[in-house]
Write a protein that binds this ligand. Structure first.
Ligand SMILES: O=C1O[C@H](COP(=O)(O)O)[C@@H](O)[C@H](O)[C@H]1O
Length: 280
């Protein structure tokens, strides 16, 4: 099924009637990006966020995608992470593990008296899953995470931007809060202006938990593809500010997303899009 797309100066808009339609379109888009990247580079480097977005990715672990996507070529990173134990309910890693990587799965298959218990629904190679070290402070976790990414940029597993020294992820997937925050880059927060680092940390997040690490805006804007997923009427004003407004201040972080050489696509539901002006 083809869903409507509208091209604007702020990227492509895909506005959906229902969450189910949005999710269907989103996972198909990710699958197409994965195919293209694996064909061109042999790998797919994807950085995901937390929040409501993860629930919309669940179809990736179902047919046909659990079989058709070249999962072993996926390298997964987090755009932002809360500095809590990986077993904590606030952990973005835990959310993705349960909502995507092991969705619906605590299963056992009995085959000829052998019991095979799998911990994973999609066959992503565990060493390709790059999450933070949850035993460190926010500052140390951020710098260790950045160091790990730097090693992978050196070997070009992660591409490098042609306009900055930043990593060029094949896809960066973010949600947006009602205040317009993306990743853990909050309105007016100094982290939003960090340019020299790839990964920074905060200890005073206005949304709990307070300690987080986050990709900086230059890294988000260096990706080959950035997808912003926003649903719900309580985010409609922020969507309007992020897409229609012209001001270039830091009151709506999502407005600062503008990939230098990449493609930006907004996946919205009708409620989130309700305040958008007519497409330009
Ligand atoms: O705290 C966070 O919030 C944003 C938005 O979450 P949502 O539940 O309103 O969609 C999320 O994208 C980010 O990863 C997370 O750490």
């Amino acid at each position: 099924m083809a869903f409507p797309r509208v091209q604007t100066s702020r990227g492509e808009l895909r506005i959906h009637e229902s969450l189910d339609d949005l999710s269907t379109d989103l996972v198909e888009y990710i699958s197409e990006l994965s195919d293209a990247s694996v064909k061109e580079r042999g790998v797919f480097t994807i950085a995901i966020s937390g929040g409501s977005l993860i629930g919309l990715l669940g179809k990736l672990s179902e047919a046909p995608y659990n079989k058709t996507i070249d999962w072993v070529k996926w390298y997964i990173f987090w755009v932002d992470e809360r500095v809590v134990a990986k077993s904590h309910s606030d952990s973005n890693y835990k959310l993705a593990k349960e909502g995507l990587l092991t969705k619906g799965l605590v299963w056992a298959v009995v085959v000829y008296a052998y019991v095979i218990v799998s911990d994973q629904m999609v066959p992503v190679i565990p060493s390709h899953v790059h999450s933070i070290n949850d035993s460190l402070s926010a500052e140390d976790a951020a710098s260790e995470y950045e160091f790990g990414i730097r090693q992978l940029v050196k070997t070009r597993l992660i591409n490098v931007s042609d306009v900055s020294d930043c990593p060029k992820f094949d896809l960066i997937l973010v949600g947006m809060g009602p205040d317009g925050h993306v990743a853990s880059l909050f309105p007016g927060h100094h982290a939003l202006g960090v340019k020299e680092e790839w990964v920074t940390f905060i200890t005073d997040s206005p949304k709990p938990p307070p300690e987080r690490i986050t990709f900086t805006m230059p890294v988000i804007n260096s990706a080959s593809n950035v997808v912003v997923v926003v649903t719900g009427g309580e985010k409609a004003e922020a969507v309007h500010q992020a897409i229609n407004a012209n001001a270039n201040d830091d009151s709506v972080p999502a407005r600062m997303i503008s990939p230098a050489r990449g493609k930006l696509v907004w996946f919205l539901d009708k409620q989130a899009a309700v305040k958008l002006e007519a497409a330009e």
